[in-house]
Design a protein around this ligand. Structure first.
Ligand code: HEC
Length: 107
């Protein structure tokens, strides 16, 4: 009986933690799963995360512009940023959180 109660408590705790992660837009997680392929490596001409020189002039355009370009796509001098990084399954909040994460790493 005691084991059963411990198992039940563990299951409830696990379910609670899964729900929290699904609800909160986690910029770092989204970045790693959807943006890293280009922004972690510089592939396709993408500005690499953590590179202040690459991000400075972009951040100067304003976060709203960066969010718009990340959500709807953007063709610049370096290459093409696909809408939502090609991950149409992501919510707008996920993409904005990933933008905020990359911007925070460029400061
Ligand atoms: C297939 C490669 C690729 C993926 C995946 C990708 N990007 Fe990009 N991204 C680019 C490229 C290339 C540029 C630079 C375009 C240019 O300036 O010429 C860019 C530029 C950007 C910019 C700057 C836009 C601007 O106005 O200067 C933001 C913000 C951005 N990406 C966010 C994201 C986010 C968030 C994700 C993940 C959800 C993501 N990207 C995934 C290729 C990619």
């Amino acid at each position: 009986m005691k084991n059963l109660m411990i198992a039940t408590a563990a299951t409830v705790a696990l379910m609670a933690s899964v729900t929290t992660t699904a609800q909160a837009a986690d910029g770092q997680k989204t970045f790693q799963s959807a943006c890293f392929a280009c922004h972690g490596t510089g592939a396709a001409g993408a500005p690499m995360i953590g590179h202040k020189d690459a991000w400075g002039p972009r951040i100067a355009k304003g976060i709203a512009t960066l969010e718009k370009h990340a959500l709807h796509g953007f063709k610049g001098k370096k290459g093409v940023m696909p809408a939502k990084g090609g991950r149409s399954d992501l919510s707008d909040a996920d993409v904005k959180a990933a933008v905020a994460y990359m911007v925070s790493k460029a400061k």
